[in-house]
Design a protein around this ligand. Sequence first.
Ligand code: FMN
Length: 344
Amino acid sequence: MTRLFTPIQLRGVTARNRIMMSPMSQARADEQGVAQMWHAVHYGSRAVGGVGLLLMEDTAISEAGRLNQHSLGMYDDAHVAALRHIVEFCRGQGACVGAQLGHAGPKAWSKTEGQGPLRPVSPSGRLFAEGWVLPSVLTVEEIASVLDQWRAAARRAVAASYDFVEVHAGHGYLINAFLSPLTNARDDAYGRDRTRLLFESVAAVREVIPLEMPVFVRLSVEDLVPGGWTLADTQRLAGRLREAGVDALDLSWGGIGPTQGPLTLEERRNATRRVREAARLPVVAVGLVESAQGAEAILGEGTADIVAIGRLLLRNPYWALDAAEALAGDLPLAVTSPYGIGAR
Ligand SMILES: Cc1cc2nc3c(=O)[nH]c(=O)nc-3n(C[C@H](O)[C@H](O)[C@H](O)COP(=O)(O)O)c2cc1C
């Protein structure tokens, strides 16, 4: 048995293998944020294609948190039915399906003047980049409303029958903007402890979902901008997230500003391993995989427990089936032939 195809259990959920479809925004919801046929075909084919965990794209907890006018939403009960249909189909194909819940904060849809229905929000009103709209500063009362939105969105994810949820705390979005010293200059409790919004958001989600449902957190391990959030900050945070009831860390990079420093694959791999050691939690390696053998090596060397596959799965929905053949000479067919023709 290869490591990649060894099942993994997180709380009450067991994934058939350690390949996770990385969340990738499709920008194909309707203007109200409702999932379309596109999503059914896109996610359905990756589930048929054998991924163990299928983490659907960034799905907004509020209208103000949408990335663009075609982002998926989880901020209205009207979003649930279409998502549930897709989730149940994908689970029927053997995948564990996750909702990535997010709030784009200062990077929301209204990013440039004249776009979007709502002004973007942020910890301290810092402009993301030249030409973007100056975001408003969230008051403590408004933060309490955002926490209610996390609760309501997580409840809807349960209603849509997802197997797990992920709190998006990376890529310069709202929670990341609170974490980073570059974007959070508040002098209240949310500035004295820049991790506070993250922990309150995780607690809000945990509060309303079943005990057996895993919670993942996607972090930007480093801002890759001088004076920003660092690997040491992520290492310090990691164990505290375990204590807060988080079940896996999904480790990405950057996004706090329009430009960022370089990062080699080797540096990403080493940093992922160090966060895993600090967290003592399952970790998802992101952006490190170029082949099935590479994925197997990342698991074998103890860098991570799950590998996220992004663009390779955009090119080939059946990447997991091909990986099974590459690693084990086993080519399962997605469909059983009525003519008794088995795998090659
Ligand atoms: C089209 C596209 C959309 C993406 N959307 C999201 C998203 O919604 N949420 C997120 O956390 N990351 C998003 N990402 C980042 C991917 O999840 C992944 O981390 C990145 O592509 C690196 O992995 P890869 O090298 O396997 O593609 C997106 C990437 C792509 C290419």
